[in-house]
Design a protein around this ligand. Structure first.
Ligand code: FMN
Length: 202
């Protein structure tokens, strides 16, 4: 299938969803550009067995991620501060971006065009270029501000896809539960895997 996608991981809970989305994109033969916020690095450390020393160089993080996913150059890691990176420009063509999981902080920044870091800028670019942006938001309960930011972005064409797992496919594990959500997210890019169990009616 192929394609080029940007995956942002923020400091919301649910980094396993991000891991599953990246893995599925790589399996589909896609080029995946990964950017993780500072809070995202903290939370992934709690939730995933990803480990690299504090302050590790971007090259070292990229190597660790390639090792984890068992891939090579098709995974590109970008430092959150590298605002001169390829994905900061609309002239670098991509097939879309997902922020998974997406914190309320990053949601707000994207809704207001803040572009304070590379992830926010990349999302801003995807919106201005009218490419597909999927935000796997996670917080509970939601404040009126959160809801207003989601509405604003939905009106700008982004897909708000709350990281709410479903249970009707009777997952046996957290892994399966997160993977099903990841598969549904990739449906948004037309990249459905053949292994996805789909509802065919009662
Ligand atoms: C363990 C942990 C879990 C968190 N879960 C969430 C969450 O589900 N949703 C959220 O919006 N923020 C959550 N936060 C708070 C964000 O990490 C925090 O607001 C951070 O500033 C977001 O920054 P970022 O958007 O740059 O990643 C969590 C923080 C920690 C430490």
């Amino acid at each position: 299938m192929g394609g080029r996608y940007i995956i942002g991981i923020t400091g919301a809970s649910g980094s396993l969803y991000g891991e599953k989305v990246i893995r599925r994109l790589l399996t589909a033969g896609c080029e995946v550009h990964v950017c993780i916020t500072q809070a995202g690095q903290l939370v992934t450390r709690e939730e995933l067995p990803w480990s690299w020393p504090d302050g590790a160089a971007p090259e070292a993080i990229q190597a660790a991620l390639r090792d984890w996913f068992g891939c090579g150059g098709e995974l590109v890691f970008h430092d959150i501060h590298a605002v001169g990176a390829s994905i900061a420009s609309g002239s670098f063509r991509t097939d879309g971006m997902a922020v998974v999981p997406c914190s309320m902080g990053t949601l707000s920044a994207i809704a207001h065009g803040a572009s304070h870091n590379l992830l926010e800028r990349a999302a801003d670019v995807v919106l201005k270029e009218r490419r597909r942006l999927v935000l796997a938001v996670r917080e509970t309960p939601l404040s009126t501000i959160h809801l207003q930011n989601m509405l604003a972005l939905s009106q700008c064409g982004a897909t708000i896809m709350p990281a709410c797992p479903s249970f009707y496919h009777a997952p046996d594990s957290l892994d399966e539960l997160a993977d099903f959500f990841a598969a549904r997210l990739l449906d948004q890019f037309g990249l459905s895997g053949d292994d996805v169990r789909r509802w065919t009616g009662m």
